[in-house]
Every structure is written in C-alpha cells, then in structure tokens.
Design a protein around this ligand. Structure first.
Ligand SMILES: Cc1ncc(COP(=O)(O)O)c(C=O)c1O
Length: 446
C-alpha cells in the first residue's frame, strides 16, 4: 500500500467500474474516505449507542451472517431472541401470556404497536356496530411525538390527534387528553421520554383517566408506551416509577435496544402484555425457510448480530451492570445541567434526572448578540454536536438546545465539554456573529 491511495483513489459514484481492485485498497480507501465524518463520542445529538465493548463487537462480527428471520435455520438465535423478550417482560412487569419480538428500531416497533391497536379497534368497533369506514380511525398522542408516529399515521391512514404541549404542560396534558378521544380512537400513546426535551408523560395519571373512561363508557381504550429512550433506562434507575405493565391499561411497550439497551444501532423491541392485544392477522407463518415459525415483523431479512449483542449485554452486565452504567450516565447529565444552570443564561427544561438529557433555552431579555444556533456552531468547532431546534407546534417560538448523555460520555469528557461551552460563550459575547436569519435547526435530532 502506498500514500498514492490517499490522493489517487477514485470512487464509483454513478456506475460500477469494469475492473476489480485489491481488497486491501478498497478497505483503506473507504476507511479513509469516512475518516472526517465527526467523532461519534462527541455527538450529543443522538440517543444511539456509540460505544460497545470489543468482545461484543467481535461476537457481532462473527454472527453477522445469521439471518434473524430464519428461525428454523438458527433455532438457538431464535431462542436468544425469546430470552431477550422474556427479560424485558420481567423488567416491565408482565409474567404470563405476553408476546414480543425484536425489530429494527423503535420505529418498526411503533408501526407494529400502532397496527395492533388499529386491527383490534376495528374488530371491536365492528362488533359494536360502528361504521368503521365512515371516518378515519385516530390515535391520540402529545404533540411532542417522534416522527415515526407521523409516518405511522401516513402509512396506515390513521389521523394523529395531537394533544398540544404548552408552557405548563411540557408533556401530555392528562387533564385534556380525553377531549381528543372518541369511538374512532384506536388508542393513546404515552411517551416515556419525549424526543424534544426528554420529559415523561404522566403515564400513571393517564392510566387512571383511561380506566375511568372505560368504566363510564363501557369502552376498551388502551395505552401503548413509546419507551424508545426511557423503557430500558427507568427500570434500572427509578424502579418505583409506574409506567409499565403494572398499569392495567398499558397493553404494549416499545423500546430501542440501541439507545439505553446499550447496543449499536439497528435493534428495537416491542412487547404486548397479553396475546389478546396482538391480532392474529399480524402474525405470519412462512414455510419457505424450512419449518414454520411465526414472525411478527414489517422487515424480513436482517442480521441477527444485534439481537445477539443485546443478549450479550443482558448476560454480561446483569441488573447491577445496567444500574451502574445508567446511574453514572445520569450523574454526568446532572453535573452538566448544574454547570449549565450556573451560567445564569438559560432556562432549564430537563436536568437529566429522568433520562440523562440536558435541555435548556436562552432566558428572555438577555440582550445578547447571539442565539442557540450560534452556540451550536461554536461548539461544533470543538467537535461537539449539540443541536438547537424549536419545540413542536404551539411552542415553536421557543428554541432549545439538547445534550443527550450516553455511557461513553465520561465525567472528564463532560468537564472538558463545559470548558468548551464557557469558552464558546465568551467568544460569542466578545465577537459580532452574523448567522442566517432563516436557520431553523442545527444538527439532526433523533
Ligand atoms: C420517543 C421516540 N420514539 C421513537 C423513536 C424512533 O426510534 P428508532 O431510532 O429506534 O427508530 C425515537 C428516536 O429518538 C424516540 O425518541
């Protein structure tokens, strides 16, 4: 290999080259092409895992060829998937007739959860004599939902009824939620960790409201929990908080294994408290893989290595390991929040206590010549990706900035980041900054 590769390697951009090149050259060329993409450890925009132990990475690369859907060929892998489902069922307090599956992420899991509610609603509505074609079914959710729910509405023709967040209710307004419910409502989604701010919906109160509604109206309204970020964090750091299957009307829960399940991107989970909440039409038996094993999935083929990695984490870390890792991440987040608050420039929206997210807006009337977008830009110069963006409709005049802490953000790194933040603010205060007027979002938030 020579230095030439860095200067002379050309890449097929529109069509294949006729000739092959040496594998070593292809490897080095692509590796060096990707090298300046940003340091994922400094990316505080994402909840997705950016570190895994090298042993599990080895295990993942050794199992990449296993196809998760092919449960007949890989029965042990299928068994591992069901062990993971059992472990999550235990963490979320359901014991007997539960059913669940791995997915590509929370997005696929939310699609399945939403469809299960839709199919179940349609069957029950028909039995009650409701004309199910008269109007679109609807799903009730706080306006702080993640884009996957908007996709769900579009793909499956379901109206999203948004309970608006406002300055008093930064998560679902449980006093108003039932105003949005009618006989065409397939269910309510409670969010354990609103993407924008990390706030939790008050699921226990929501459950009480639904319970009363069902009694008074002889209805079967159900709750799905979108626990993309919270459902694998809260059980370890705040086990007393009831948001899960301990609540009677919570019938399904999704989470992202690649967030606080501590696996690299590509895995989610969904569980139903009882098989009755997963209509049979959504379970498919395929015979052409040799043997018939039921599957619940929108996607078909994908590598099983993520499922295996999830199980490795469960086996290796155990309950104590998760408690320690998440507890430390929470301490780092709370440290960051304290330091940010001390600067006396920001109104805090999340201090890292529920999930390790620090979220704030600039105080009003500070008369600064810079805004949070400028601060994001300055931090990016030091490698930190800390996005600024508006809150959802109704509060979109408020611009916030969000730091998502993950296990690989150590206390020393956090201290370094606070140093860089202070320096960025000093520079902004001392220099005139001109930023484009129409700048809406800095960074990709998910
Ligand atoms: C509340 C919520 N739901 C769903 C998703 C989608 O998750 P995934 O990236 O695992 O598909 C996210 C992602 O951030 C989220 O925060």
């Amino acid at each position: 290999m020579s230095y030439e590769i860095f200067t002379n390697q050309v890449f097929p951009e529109e069509e294949l080259f006729d000739d092959s090149i040496e594998p070593d050259i292809a490897y080095e060329a692509i590796k060096s092409y990707l090298i300046d993409e940003g340091n994922s450890r400094q990316n505080l925009a994402t909840f997705c895992q950016t570190y895994m132990d090298e042993r599990v990475v080895k295990l993942m690369s050794e199992t990449l060829a296993k196809n998760a859907i092919d449960k007949s060929e890989y029965p042990r892998t299928a068994q591992i998937e069901s062990y993971c489902v059992n472990i999550l069922a235990d963490l979320w307090y359901t014991k007997e007739d539960f059913i669940g599956t791995s997915t590509v992420g929370s997005s696929e899991a939310c699609m399945l959860g939403g469809m299960a509610m839709k199919f179940r609603w349609r069957k029950l509505a028909k039995e009650k004599g409701i004309d199910v074609l008269k109007q679109k079914p609807n799903l009730v959710i706080s306006s702080g939902y993640q884009v996957c729910w908007e996709k769900f509405g579009v793909y499956w023709d379901v109206e999203l009824r948004e309970v608006p967040i406002d300055s008093k209710h930064l998560s679902m307004d449980t006093d108003r939620v039932l105003d949005y419910v009618d006989e065409y409502t397939i269910g309510i989604v409670g969010i354990l960790g609103i993407t924008y701010t990390g706030k939790f919906d008050d699921i226990e109160k929501l459950d009480q409201k639904v319970e009363r509604y069902n009694k008074e109206n002889n209805a079967n309204l159900v709750i799905h929990i979108d626990g993309a970020s919270g459902a694998m964090f809260t059980p370890f750091v705040d086990p007393e908080l009831k948001w899960d299957f301990r609540l009677k009307n919570v019938v399904s829960i999704n989470t992202s294994g690649h967030k606080y399940g501590l696996v690299y991107p590509g895995i989610g989970w969904i569980l139903w408290r009882d098989k009755e909440y997963l209509p049979e039409e959504l379970i498919f038996d395929v015979s052409y893989l040799g043997g018939t094993v039921p599957t619940i999935a929108i996607n078909f083929s994908r590598s099983a290595s993520q499922i295996i990695a999830q199980y490795y984490n469960f086996l290796q870390l155990g309950r104590k390991g998760y408690e320690e890792i998440h507890g430390t991440t929470r301490e780092v987040a709370m440290y960051l929040a304290r330091e940010v608050e001390k600067l006396d420039l920001f109104d805090m929206y999340n201090d890292g206590d529920n999930i390790p997210i620090v979220c704030y807006s600039l105080k009003e009337n500070l008369n600064l010549n810079w805004n949070l977008y400028d601060l994001s830009d300055r931090l990016l110069m030091k490698g930190w990706q800390i996005p600024a963006y508006p809150l959802p409709v109704n509060m979109d005049n408020v611009i916030i900035q969000r730091m998502v802490c993950r296990a690989d953000l150590s206390q020393p790194m956090a201290e370094e980041m606070i140093g860089d933040l202070k320096e960025a603010i000093k520079e902004l205060n001392e220099h005139k900054v001109i930023s484009p007027k129409d700048k809406k979002v800095q960074g990709f938030i998910h």
